[in-house]
Design a protein around this ligand. Structure first.
Ligand code: GAR
Length: 192
């Protein structure tokens, strides 16, 4: 598919494990005229992920894979071939991809993380930021490499931590920024 801008639209897959609010914002973005990507596949590590509902709402194919098993990644690669998937966006995806898989998609996997990396890699980011009396936290979109939350940073957004901030209020504030940051980071990767 080529849009009127003349760019070739890159086919992508979004990987989720839970609510899928970033997935929803990425789908919305992908359907605007400025988007260089289409989302052709939703991959979930969790059959109960709430975000799977967006497959039905937006008519996008969904696949559930058990990432505990090695063959899962081979099955994903076969599925990708079928749908010509060239790029992957991790959006609340809570599993760790193998080195082999990441190498196959070098420079083609992006992730969003709810902290100002390199601070607070891994889980429970908001509570850890509060425990350390940080004045700011935020979110980061980065390329995925074989070390957890350590690939090259594409874009970050800082969020101020208020006096009576709780882990939940901070998560909500940061999530709202994530929804804007991920599309911006994609445009940046495509030099748009
Ligand atoms: C988001 O805050 C995302 O940054 C985070 O999980 C949430 C998913 O929300 N991801 C990670 O912690 C990855 N390690 P969503 O399912 O509503 O997009």
């Amino acid at each position: 598919m080529v849009k009127s801008t003349g760019y070739k639209i890159v086919k992508t897959a979004v990987f989720i494990s839970g609510t899928g609010s970033n997935l929803k914002s990425l789908i919305r973005f992908s359907r605007t005229n400025q988007s260089p990507i289409s989302i052709d596949l939703i991959v979930s590590s969790n059959p109960k992920a709430k975000g799977l509902k967006y497959g039905k709402i937006f008519k996008i194919r969904k696949e559930i894979f058990n990432f505990e098993k090695n063959q899962s990644e081979n099955k994903i690669l076969a599925t990708f071939k079928r749908y010509n998937i060239e790029m992957i966006f991790l959006a609340g995806f809570m599993k760790i991809l193998s080195k082999n898989f990441i190498t196959k998609f070098k420079g083609k996997i992006l992730n969003i993380h709810p902290s100002l990396l390199p601070k607070y890699k891994g889980l429970n980011t908001h509570q850890r930021a509060l425990d350390n009396n940080e004045k700011y936290s935020g979110c980061t979109v980065h390329f995925v490499n074989s070390k957890l939350d350590s690939g090259k940073i594409i874009l970050q957004k800082k969020v101020k931590i208020s006096k009576n901030e709780t882990k939940n209020s901070l998560a909500k504030k940061i999530l709202a920024q994530e929804h804007k940051l991920y599309p911006k980071a994609i445009l940046k990767v495509f030099n748009l």
